[in-house]
Design a protein around this ligand. Structure first.
Ligand code: SAM
Length: 307
């Protein structure tokens, strides 16, 4: 490891000390590595585009940290939330922010081209927006098509040789309708599960009671949705989280979508943060079944050369 990498490690350790959000942290670290590599070429501008930038913490932190890299100030964030964009403009005046819908092909076509495009915890919202009142659930095939269309629009914003950084939830591999049996550790955990099953919006949650009130049987699909939302149950954030499914593509589907878009995957990392919290909430009774992988980080490259 070079001296300058040691300095960057220390910089991020201090800068991200208070940052608990795994998606933001992993996206910032992965993108910082890319910026440092790209900036080694003297002719290389580095412009970032973040789609679904929220209050701008990721793109803002990256631009501030790498301010010495030429043209980094031509970076751009897009979000359709007016209060979020208002904060972005106030906190990070050196970046341009656009208030708009990133599923709008006209808007995307007008953004121009970037060396790095970030999609952090944004695509699951596109998937969740595909809720069908007729079905009473998310229309899965149609919503997966919308996610892939969105990915394709994002790739069009990349320069040849540019990088896409994606962080989001990930679906379980294999047969997600298979059943498993879980046992709640206490009455509070049981009651939080009941609230989840009643209030989770994207999918109808079904489960079977057993003779033991602490045990229920449910599908891998519903268990994954429950356990990855369990940290929000009983908190204010649940009122927004209950409308979003983190899971849409499994790892194989991400790989297939990236291959169809002719992106070469440089890094793919499954990540889980809440294992200990989950374990204190519930035990998996069915032998051979473990808690799910929660998130995925993918860094992929568009063909062609930069510079
Ligand atoms: C969970 S937040 C993530 C924000 C940011 N990427 C981060 O990780 O800090 C998702 C953001 O995507 C935005 N969003 C979701 N769908 C969008 C769309 N179709 N067009 C623009 N913004 C969208 C939401 O407003 C929200 O700010």
């Amino acid at each position: 490891m070079s001296d300058s990498e040691d300095v960057w490690d220390l910089y991020w350790e201090v800068c991200l000390r208070e940052l608990e959000d795994l998606g933001k942290r992993e996206a910032i670290l992965a993108t910082s590595r890319l910026i440092r590599n790209l900036a080694e070429s003297p002719k290389q501008p580095v412009r970032l585009l973040e789609l679904g930038c929220g209050e701008g913490q990721i793109i803002g932190t990256l631009v501030e940290a790498h301010a010495q890299v030429r043209l980094i100030n031509a970076s751009c964030g897009v979000d359709y939330s007016p209060p979020a964009i208002e904060k972005c403009r106030r906190y990070y005046p050196e970046i341009s922010f656009i208030e708009g819908d990133f599923t709008d092909q006209g808007l995307m076509a007008g953004l121009g081209h970037f060396e790095i495009v970030l999609l952090v915890n944004a695509l699951h919202e596109v998937f969740s927006a595909g809720y069908s009142t007729e079905l009473g659930e998310v229309d899965v095939p149609e919503s997966k098509r919308r996610v892939e269309q969105m990915l394709s629009n994002a790739v069009k914003c990349l320069m040849p040789g540019g990088y896409l950084v994606l962080f989001d939830g990930v679906e379980n591999p294999g047969e997600i309708q298979e059943k498993l049996c879980i046992r709640f550790r206490n009455w509070q955990a049981r009651s939080r599960f009941d609230s989840f099953a009643r209030e989770y919006h994207p999918f109808r949650i079904s489960y079977q009671e057993s003779s033991d009130p602490f045990e229920v049987e449910l599908s891998v699909r519903d268990f994954t949705r429950y356990i990855t939302k369990s940290i929000f149950l009983g908190k204010e954030l649940w009122q927004t989280e209950r409308y979003e499914s983190y899971q849409y593509f499994n790892e194989a589907e991400f790989r297939e979508a990236f291959t169809r878009l002719e992106l070469a995957i440089c890094e793919l990392r499954p990540l889980t943060v809440n294992y200990e919290k989950w374990y204190s909430e519930v035990e998996i009774v069915t032998p051979g079944v473990d808690f799910p992988v929660e998130h995925i980080l993918i860094v992929a490259r568009k063909p062609g050369g930069l510079g």
